[in-house]
Design a protein around this ligand. Structure first.
Ligand SMILES: Cc1cc2nc3c(=O)[nH]c(=O)nc-3n(C[C@H](O)[C@H](O)[C@H](O)COP(=O)(O)OP(=O)(O)OC[C@H]3O[C@@H](n4cnc5c(N)ncnc54)[C@H](O)[C@@H]3O)c2cc1C
Ligand code: SF4
Length: 496
């Protein structure tokens, strides 16, 4: 039974954010008899609000509030996180990987790397293994314990066939927090293919329909949607006393608390801590190190789409349908630190492919290529930026926000200065039929390092079509952005 707590009830623990961190923590706390109020900036949707449409759901789920950035930050590109009950777990792909042993001691393993702010974790993989196992069981991660892996869609079959031909051995459909069989009161995946728009049947794990309703059923938990926390208050001794938040109408409220847990994702968490500065904590809360808001890490990312000789229908089936793990090791003999993985990548709908495959492309040639949509296969290379201390700021001047409230809205964020995003020269997008013109890949906003244009792809397609009518892993890459792994050190391969 869901509960409502009084604003003045200072016995509660306040959790800010209801995503992977906040939703999970809330349920863990209430199971130990602790009363929890979870304040969530976004609205609460139900499964019936989830529709199989990428664009609609992007707008419905994403954190689209205006940001202003400095330096290399592309302020107009929304940070791809969610503002909704369930947070980014509504939208995530579900890949659930463990860190590797070397990723716990990057400073030792990678050495002193100029510009990188590396430290070893004060814990080891062995110490965390029991907790990983508990989390995997809770999320129902495929390929762990006795949970069978997902079947793999055609896109995976294309990638796997190519990978095996190249000698890769660690190729499978991944460790996914997606039910391969009915589990935990949720159905098995139907392989329809809109995981990152929210899973309409709840086969993919999300706190929206797992931890949060379970926490509510204890009678010790209140989820308060449309409640944007703007400040954490403390007393003269420095102990927190509660939070100030803007409710749905924009009215500022104060919720008293004995403990405040902040789980607002990588930008909103530091923003809230920094915005909670006071005469006692002039640099913001929990910031005695001066590191809050620094060391922001993104992915290194490379995308390849190919047109196969037969139909692939790569938008069908789980969106992250398979993985090649062989390159994820740390092997300094390769000339860079850390490793990377290759995963399948869908097209995010016909319009997504049309607008992203070759940014700015136009005309009959391009239209003919996009008409081969059902023959497309896609894959993605993913590694991690190393943490860096340089800072760029995200700041929105005080004014009325979308929630209608007026409060100081300013924070800091680190933008790596040597990442491919930061250093790679970008070229203006052009609408042209000139296929030799260098263009920018808008899916990642990088200049493609390697681009083989449509005519080459078409020629190969004709050749392949005459050879066979089934999809084979001989790809014609039509857009490939440079991977950081080949040009600079890649760091720990934690996720998105
Ligand atoms: C498209 C996509 C695919 C992904 N796929 C994977 C994957 O396959 N595997 C993987 O491991 N990771 C993946 N991720 C990343 C993963 O989803 C996030 O790392 C994870 O959800 C972060 O958890 P979190 O609790 O920190 O934040 P979130 O899950 O984002 O939750 C934060 C919540 O806090 C709320 N909030 C923020 N500030 C405030 C405030 N001031 N007041 C009130 N509420 C606030 C937000 O609205 C949000 O609901 C993916 C991410 C995206 C965008
Ligand atoms: S493919 Fe499976 S996990 Fe993805 S949205 Fe469909 S049912 Fe959900």
């Amino acid at each position: 039974m869901a509960k409502t707590f009084d604003l003045k009830d200072d016995s509660v623990v306040v959790v800010v954010g209801s995503g992977a961190g906040g939703g999970t923590l809330s349920y863990e706390l209430v199971q130990r008899g602790i009363n929890v109020v979870c304040l969530e900036a976004g609205p609460r949707l139900g499964l019936t609000d989830i529709v199989n449409d990428n664009g609609t759901m992007f707008n419905r789920l994403s954190w689209l509030d205006k940001r202003v950035g400095t330096g290399d930050l592309n302020a107009t590109l929304p940070l791809w996180v969610c503002k909704t009950v369930g947070g980014t777990t509504v939208h995530w792909a579900g890949a659930s990987l463990r860190l590797q042993e070397h990723e716990f001691r990057v400073r030792t393993a990678y050495g002193n790397m100029p510009g990188a702010n590396l430290l070893d974790w004060p814990t080891t993989l062995q110490e965390l293994e029991p907790f990983y196992a508990r989390a995997e069981d809770k999320l129902g991660v495929t390929g762990t314990s006795d949970i069978p892996r997902l079947p793999g869609n055609n896109n995976f079959k294309v990638m796997a066939a190519g990978a095996k031909r190249l000698g890769y051995t660690q190729v499978h459909t991944g460790n996914m927090a997606i039910n391969s069989q009915p589990r935990d009161g949720r159905p098995a995946c139907h392989q329809i293919g809109f995981c990152m728009s929210g899973c309409a049947i709840g086969a993919k794990w999300s706190t929206l329909y797992t931890e949060i309703p379970k926490a509510e059923s204890t009678g010790r938990f209140e989820i308060r949607p449309d409640s944007m926390v703007v400040k954490i208050n403390h007393d003269n001794s420095g102990k927190v006393t509660g939070v100030v938040y803007a409710d749905k109408t924009g009215t500022l409220q104060e919720q008293k608390a004995r403990v405040v847990c902040v789980a607002g994702n990588s930008v909103e968490t530091p923003r809230l801590l920094l915005n909670s500065q006071s005469s006692k904590f002039p640099n913001g809360l929990a910031n005695s190190s001066g590191q809050v808001g620094r060391n922001y890490m993104r992915h290194m990312t490379g995308t390849v789409y190919a047109i196969m000789s037969g139909r692939v229908n790569f938008d069908r089936g789980t969106q992250m349908a398979g993985i090649i793990k062989d390159e994820s090791r740390h092997d300094p003999s390769r000339g860079f630190a850390g490793g990377y993985e290759m995963e399948t990548l869908p097209g995010f709908g016909l319009s997504g492919v049309a607008s992203n495959t070759v940014a700015g492309a136009w005309g009959l040639e391009y239209a003919k290529m996009i008409e081969m949509y059902d023959h497309f296969a896609g894959m993605w290379l993913v590694g991690e930026d190393l943490p860096q201390g340089a800072m760029a700021s995200l700041c929105i001047p005080p004014k009325r926000t979308s929630t209608g409230c007026r409060y100081r809205w300013c924070t800091s964020k680190i933008m790596p200065t040597t990442s491919p995003c930061a250093t790679m020269p970008t070229r203006p997008e052009r609408r042209s039929t000139n296929r030799s013109a260098p263009r920018r890949c808008s899916s990642c906003r990088h200049s493609p390092a390697l681009t083989i244009w449509a005519p080459a792809a078409r020629a190969r397609r004709r050749k392949m079509a005459s050879a066979t009518s089934t999809a084979r892993p001989t790809m014609s890459p039509i857009c490939s952005s440079r991977t950081a792994a080949s040009s600079r050190p890649a760091g720990p391969r934690t996720r998105r």
